[in-house]
Design a protein around this ligand. Structure first.
Ligand code: 4FV
Length: 241
């Protein structure tokens, strides 16, 4: 999968993809991350990419021309990708959206700055608007990194076979069950015996119950849309006591 990132701070992306899983995925050619500096498409001598908002108000707005030119340049060089604008007014990013995007060949991510981008860019070029959460950041760069990380790890071959995405939180629309590793006793706290028992079926049942318990306490909203078995519903009733 190819990611083109439109930003006025390409240097922010220097390190996130230089380590561990994403570094190996790039080296293996499973993902290709290209940085596009919007400033390079601002034709005035100072490469200005922002201006005052029509109608007044605080802050500045990103100019449409440099972004439009950058998008057309990307399309000219590597074909039409799905254009995503990162902004607080986008649809809330989650594992389901990540799964959907992981089926795409080419994503073009626009990182806004200042008060946002000129509306005409949204109208003419943006296929999807995504928010990583109901809070205001200084720029769309960190959200773009989050999207690339969450989507890349769902691309076949990016995660080693050991850690398959199927097993994890939200993939099975429940929060994660507790995890333990050696030593069996740590500062007086023992690993639950069932995990040391080798009884696979019992371990699966324990993990499902613990995932239901945690979800019931921390994110009961998820239980509404989870596909729960009759067994799950009985466990939840028992947990509610
Ligand atoms: C944001 C978010 C976000 C808004 C103004 C950048 C900032 C500045 N993007 N999810 N939350 N963006 O806060 O995606 O332009």
């Amino acid at each position: 999968m190819r990611f083109d990132i439109l930003t006025i701070f390409p240097e922010m992306f220097a390190s996130p993809f230089e380590h561990s899983i994403l570094k190996r995925a790039r080296e293996a050619g499973l993902i290709d991350v290209q940085l596009v500096n919007i400033r390079d498409f601002a034709e005035d001598k100072h490469h200005v990419t922002d201006d005052y908002p029509y109608g007044g108000g605080n802050g500045m707005v990103m100019k449409p021309e440099p972004i439009a030119k950058a998008l057309r340049d990307v399309e000219g060089r590597s074909g039409k990708g799905k254009v995503i604008l990162l902004s607080p007014s986008g649809k809330r990013f989650d594992q389901g959206i990540a799964k959907g995007l992981s089926a795409e060949e080419h994503l073009v991510l626009i990182c806004g700055r200042y008060e946002g981008i000129d509306e005409r860019v949204r109208e003419s070029f943006v296929d999807e608007e995504i928010s990583v959460g109901d809070y205001i950041l200084t720029g769309g760069e960190l959200p773009a990194m989050i999207i690339i990380d969450a989507v890349s790890r769902l691309i076949p071959g990016v995660l080693g076979c050991a850690d398959s995405p199927e097993e994890e939180s939200f993939s099975r629309d429940l929060l994660e069950y507790p995890q333990y590793t050696r030593p069996p006793e740590f500062e007086g706290k023992r690993v639950p015996d069932v995990l040391l028992s080798g009884h696979h079926a019992e371990i699966v049942k324990w993990r499902r119950k613990e995932a239901l318990r945690k979800t019931l306490i921390v994110r009961p909203d998820l239980l509404e849309k989870a596909d729960l078995s009759r067994e799950d519903k009985k466990i939840i009733e028992d947990l509610k006591g």
